[in-house]
Design a protein around this ligand. Sequence first.
Ligand SMILES: Nc1nc2c(ncn2[C@@H]2O[C@H](COP(=O)(O)OP(=O)(O)OP(=O)(O)O)[C@@H](O)[C@H]2O)c(=O)[nH]1
Ligand SMILES: [K+]
Ligand SMILES: [Mg+2]
Length: 456
Amino acid sequence: MVTTNLFTTTIYALATAPGRSGVAVVRISGPQAGSALAALTGRTPPAPRRAVLTKLRDPRTGDALDDALVLRFTAPASFTGEDVVELHLHGGRAVVTGVIEALAILPGLRLAEPGEFTRRAFENGKLDLTEAEAVADLIDAETTAQRRQALRQMEGALGKLYDGWRERLTRALAHIEADIDFAEDDLPGGVADAVRPVIAGLANEIATHLDDGGRGERLREGLHIAIVGAPNAGKSSLLNALARRDAAIVSARAGTTRDIIEVHLDLGGYPVVLADTAGLREAAADEVEEEGIRRARDRAARADVKVAVFDATTLPDLDPATLDLIDADTVVVFNKTDLATDGNLRPGLSLIVAPILAPILVSAHTGAGLKALEEKLTVFSADRLAIGSAPSLTRARHRAALMECRESLLRALDAPLPELAAEDVRLASRALGRITGRVDVEDLLDVIFQDFCIGK
Ligand SMILES: Nc1nc2c(ncn2[C@@H]2O[C@H](COP(=O)(O)OP(=O)(O)OP(=O)(O)O)[C@@H](O)[C@H]2O)c(=O)[nH]1
Ligand SMILES: [K+]
Ligand SMILES: [Mg+2]
């Protein structure tokens, strides 16, 4: 790990979203940050960590660019661990372009690559990899629950957990190695009794951590909910009503929807990807609808939660293809209650069906029952996404490393010789170290930081 300035280049980028805005922040990081600021202001840089209002000028022409609030941080006390300057500009396009162009001609400065500020923070030991990943998650967070998870990880909860496990393995390894060094001719077979519970205990803890139903990962991606049902049950109407916009085409013709239409919703703080699908029926009108139905079934099979929609006017008949898909992860909806008569609803509901299916009665047209449906879906989401007090696993990358770690630990327990056990514990420790970025991650960094956008 690098602890001092390894980078000779100084990078700069717009750190706020492009386009017109009240304030736009340009961030500069690297050894030339201070002199770049001096070149734009024509004076010595202000004291660190003190915001100063100052005129910025194009160093070539002396043209005024902006009256800006500038802020300077000196290495290592900055986000990247390098000298950093922040220019808080008026967020007009011409102002930002003028400043970026002025920086571009200064020697030793270049535009930052995506994620490069955060990558430098990692390389300079300001963040471990899980914290760097959490910076990206926090920037992408769209709901309260996502924000909470990202903040907790950014504050180091996950990194501390993994580093703590790694420390335990380091101590266990020292123990095994001491046994190897000091044993007389007769080595006891395998891992000594004193170390065995440590390794077995950690393998168990990792198993519990892995066995979380993928909540942390799903919370990052959003819970997948698929709306399924017979043609014309009102699936697209329901999607539009829940999304509060006309995302999907609605028509009286059966077989309108073919492609899957997705909308992103925030249900009580939980992120949800709600998908509208083609109506299920045997006799598709053409091969396009047939493909649509295939996709609908596929999506239903992969969804975390299904909303099964029935047309209440056809009750007590329930579409068998939709009934087939109902399981414990399904919310049942009887739609078009505005059209349904008592004659439809009463026999339909009093059939054994009602207590089992516990249908929610709605009308996509009048909005009746939609609140109850949203509440039910929120409960389903909370049940599948809520995170407990322990930090949760958030990425497939972490999951793969933890599985590898656990396998190595189990092998160590079965190893016939202490030397072999030691090697397995070493492998387990290295797998943990890769998660936080303590060991061999060079090849991983490009992949991880390319998810960031420029200026982050
Ligand atoms: N009165 C009434 N009509 C509805 C309601 N929901 C949907 N409709 C009508 O039912 C017809 C079908 O609605 P869609 O939303 O296209 O149904 P769908 O299930 O998406 O149909 P496909 O995509 O063809 O499978 C349209 O004419 C809608 O206006 C409702 O709650 N009340
Ligand atoms: K339709
Ligand atoms: Mg539709």
